[in-house]
Design a protein around this ligand. Sequence first.
Ligand code: GLN
Length: 493
Amino acid sequence: MKFYEYMGYELIEKIKNKEISIQELIEASLRRIEESEHLLHSFVNISKEKALKKAKLKDKDLKNGKAIGKLYGLPLANKDLICIENYPTTCCSQILQGYRSPYNAYVIERLVEEEGAIHIGNTNMDEFAMGSSTENSCYGPTYNPWDISRVPGGSSGGSGASIASGQAILALGSDTGGSIRCPASFCGNVGLKPTYGRVSRYGLIAFANSLDQIGTITKCVYDSALMLEIIAGKDPLDSTSVDIKVDNYTAELNKRIDEKIIGIPKEFFGEGVDREVENTVKKTISKLESIGTKTIEISIPHLEYTVATYYLLCMSEASSNLARYDGLRYGNISENLSGDVYDVFSRTRGERFGPEVRRRIFLGTYALSAGYYDMFYIKALKVRSLIKNDFTRAFKKCDAIVCPTMPSTAFKVGEFIEDPLQMYIADILTCPVNLAGIPALSIPCGFDKNNLPIGFQIIGDYFDEKGILNIGYQLEQELNIYRKSAPVIKGGN
Ligand code: GLN
């Protein structure tokens, strides 16, 4: 059986019906990794033995009528910045080599310990989640399963590639300015960034706390809804997680959407958006209209300031967050211990952080320094409020907002690595969502002339994951392309 052609919820049914065992499923996933890793490099660590052992145990429990959780051993890929007890978690950085977390992240407790997903490995990412291409990893880049000369997007590019190639069925990612939606868009996956506070960040290694959010990458909307149902909710260990009722997301997917009003933000189709992307997204909007939804034009007038605002804020927060990696409190120390303690700190940080992380620490420190704080950091906070207000105003007129996820399809490996500004600008359609703190979903809506996936973004009001998943699901059924798998690795088990 080609298990990777099935959705997660279908595999759960097959396990329940005893058509396949959990061991077979995990073996197939590991085989798939073996066949394709040399082309893709999605993983930085693979838990082969542990995963197989767990699968056997789960099969046994299942046979004995014991509860094994809602996820029935589905293979889960975890981004290398979400902590797993006594497992290496490195943020794909030299500075965290050898680090093992003493505890599980909240989402790992829920998905793995309580609901029975099987962790098969940690995925590659841009160092400390800084990037849009997964090229800024100390382990080297990940390649896009649709075309291995291209990037998978980032920063959760390993998670994206693992789902698109069928190495894993469920994946975790984090999204600070687009890091779930960008790889989902480039790899043809479903990526969900929940509302800030919807999912606990306990055990997520911070990049920019006021923007970071854990979310999911899956093959279809149903699987994302299923994962969100499990990971959403208040966690006393994360003071920013919110105590708002968790909806029964999977049960709401089939609701009719013909009463919905969909907002089209005119600024999101502006300069810089690739023609093919624009046309495919517009065609998808017509599909929504043919289902019966009403579309109206709306405006997010401060869109043009979002990239500058996002980068000022995330770099400022990162410069403060990453201060803890000095080789003494966190991180491994330089081998050259000459000079005073400051020499050792700066040598450690200079040697162990990659160029993009160093750039952001410099710029963030500058923006927070005396004399510049008001000019940059405080001003960015003010503009952030204006952007939030733009969305609040828009959601008075519509139920959801739709637009492209990324202005282009996947670019070539190396194309923008020497041009950070170009790379930053690619976040223009995703980072406004993080600044506002609202949820957004990316689903594949078509392909460009190079057969590269195009992402369609559905943005919701605060805590309306239910609404965007419902629209995403209905559209997914209508478009019916979600089963199309990446062409790079044919055959297999
Ligand atoms: N591309 C963005 C950045 O480089 C987003 C990263 C993220 O969401 N973690 O900051």
